[in-house]
Structure formats: structure tokens, C-alpha cells
Design a protein around this ligand. Structure first.
Ligand SMILES: Cc1cc2nc3c(=O)[nH]c(=O)nc-3n(C[C@H](O)[C@H](O)[C@H](O)COP(=O)(O)O)c2cc1C
Length: 189
């Protein structure tokens, strides 16, 4: 008997972008489990191109925020919650995904593993591309050094993770874009 509604599908459907977190820190056990879930993400031809680093040092996260503000600024309307914590959204911990090439596909699959695994544990997450405005610029090399990432690597994506301090309403989806083709025109095959 197939369990259509199971902890994995439930976590996928329950996950929302969280932009408000409590101060509670994540244990190393939690961080390591999320790293393990990242590591077990599939990758094209099993190339495993991504390297992941986690920062849970508040001072370092604040410094990253400040560097972002100095380099990119945070009055860009495209982004949300600039007033609060544009880079890490006040989360106690942030995962950074890098790869030797700008490998958005493999990094994207990996970041979703982290976000869904976090939701499965009752934690919140916010996937963050905008920090690339700093990390992909020459000014980002300082952070590559700090994160022990080779200088020739590219920043792919980040995700802030922590205990939720909000339960946002689901964002509207476009179900008309998702459908099963029930009858195909065999004459056209
Ligand atoms: C590739 C990607 C990049 C994103 N970058 C940011 C970001 O830089 N800042 C931010 O606040 N949210 C970011 N988000 C979160 C999206 O805004 C969010 O997923 C979207 O609004 C849908 O909301 P939901 O995740 O609650 O369904 C990003 C999401 C994805 C998938």
C-alpha cells in the first residue's frame, strides 16, 4: 500500500519561506543531519560538484550582513525584509553552497534537500540568492577565505535555517501549469 500522504510529501507541501526566526541556536546534531541531507542530494552523473559551508557564528553573520549592505545596499525593492536582516533574515545559521562552475541545477537540488529536511524537523528556512550580489563580486573573496572555499569556486545559493518565529500564509501557486496529459493524439506521434 502506497502512503501518498507521508512525512516527506507533507514536509514538501508544508514548507514556506520563513523570514523571522527565534534566537535559539541549532545544535551540531541538527546541522550535521542537514549537511548529510545535502550530501545525499542527487547530482548529474554523480559529479557531486557542490561544497557546503555552514556559519552559525552571529558575529560573522552580522559582518556578512554589513559587507552586503556596504557593497550592494539594501534598498533594492526586489528583495524583502531589507529593513531587518537582508542577508540571513535573523536566522542563527546559514548554509552556503559553492561549486567550481556556476552549477545552479545541482546546487538548486541540494538547497531544496536542506529546506525540506529542515521543514521535516519543524524548522524554518529561507533560500537566499541575493547574497550572491556580494559573494560573486571580488569583495566576496574574503568570504571564500573565511569559509575555506577555493578562490576559483562560484557561489551558487545559500539558505538560512532556524526555529520559526512566524507561520506565513502559503503563496499563491499556478495549478494550471501542472497537469497530466490524459489523452494524447496518437495520430500526431
Ligand atoms: C532560487 C531562489 C532564490 C531566492 N532568493 C531569495 C532571496 O534572496 N531573498 C529572500 O528573501 N527570499 C528568496 N527566495 C525565497 C522566495 O522568495 C520564495 O521561495 C517565494 O516567494 C515563494 O515562497 P514560498 O517559499 O513560501 O513558497 C528565493 C527562493 C529561491 C527558490
Amino acid at each position: 500500500m502506497i502512503e501518498i500522504n507521508n512525512p516527506v510529501t507533507n514536509a514538501i507541501l508544508r514548507r514556506r519561506t520563513i523570514r523571522s526566526f527565534t534566537d535559539e541556536e541549532l545544535s551540531e546534531e541538527i546541522i550535521n543531519k542537514l549537511l548529510e541531507c545535502a550530501m545525499w542530494a542527487p547530482s548529474g552523473r554523480n559529479s557531486q560538484p557542490c561544497h557546503v559551508r555552514v556559519l552559525n557564528d552571529k558575529r560573522a553573520l552580522d559582518a556578512l550582513n554589513k559587507d552586503f549592505k556596504d557593497k550592494v545596499g539594501w534598498d533594492t525593492p526586489a528583495y524583502t525584509r531589507w529593513d531587518v536582516n537582508p542577508v540571513y533574515q535573523g536566522a542563527p545559521c546559514m548554509f552556503f553552497i559553492y561549486a567550481e562552475n556556476k552549477d545552479a541545477m545541482n546546487g538548486g537540488i541540494m538547497v531544496e534537500n536542506i529546506a525540506v529536511a529542515a521543514e521535516g524537523m519543524g524548522l524554518g528556512s529561507c533560500i537566499i540568492a541575493s547574497v550572491g550580489g556580494l559573494l560573486e563580486a571580488p569583495e566576496g573573496n574574503k568570504w571564500k577565505k573565511l569559509l575555506e572555499i577555493p578562490e576559483n569556486f562560484c557561489f551558487i545559493i545559500a539558505v538560512a535555517v532556524g526555529y520559526k518565529a512566524e507561520e506565513p500564509e502559503p503563496k499563491e501557486r499556478r495549478p494550471e501549469n501542472f497537469r497530466l496529459i490524459k489523452e494524447i493524439d496518437h495520430e500526431a506521434l
